[in-house]
Design a protein around this ligand. Sequence first.
Ligand SMILES: [Mg+2]
Ligand SMILES: [Zn+2]
Length: 265
Amino acid sequence: MVTEAAYPLPPVKKQLIVFDFDWSLADQDSDRWVHEALCPRLRRKMKSLKSSVQFTDLCAQLLVELHEVEGKSREEIEEAMRAMPFHPAMKRGVKNLKQHSSPATTLFLLSNSNTIYIDTILRHQGLAPGVFDEVVTNPASWSTEGCLQLSRRVPADAAKQHGCTVGCSPNMCKGEELEAFLARHGGFEAFDRIMYVGDGGNDYCPLLRMREGKDVAFVRRFRGLEKRIKEEGGVKCGIRWWAGAWEVETLMDESRGVLTDGEKA
Ligand SMILES: [Mg+2]
Ligand SMILES: [Zn+2]
């Protein structure tokens, strides 16, 4: 039912790598981390309300409370973001992929976090500006008073909601966003290989759209995505498993033809 991608990955001329952010590119979850770092009470509140309030709306509401009730400033939130765990091997692997022109690699960040967290963290980690060709996530901005204002990628009052049938949250369907990205960049045919680095249940939908015998999903073990792949099936692209970011670095190296001596071959 699950097909492991052949080793080594075949040489290609043009590839796309798509990254989820929380627990994939970054070694933490930004929405939760901000409260864990600044206000455990709100972290507990998030946990208790998660099953009853749409998650982006809940995050937005808790950020208002973090500012208005707890008095946390823009500077404190930015400092918390800069302190969030980010694995050096992931940084190194991404930078190497970006620097080497063979194969030509397009980098796309597709996340349920938000523009402010991602921009703050990527800049701090030396991965912005200029590393990712596109970032698609929920929009956020600072109020003049320093409150972080977050909204859904697909607003609740938008006439056109996404049509996902496999369970993406109302704020965004990552499968539709992947297809829209491809439509903006020449279609599936423009890339010899698409790779997707993900860990969560919401990364399952885009994986269903990926191609058999060409594309590869780099799936983090022991998390929601592995569970959905195994329980719900239907993923046709090849799969490679990883647990630590150092293993994704190896996979990224392999995608540009750099193999680790003596292993697995
Ligand atoms: Mg994730
Ligand atoms: Zn979806």
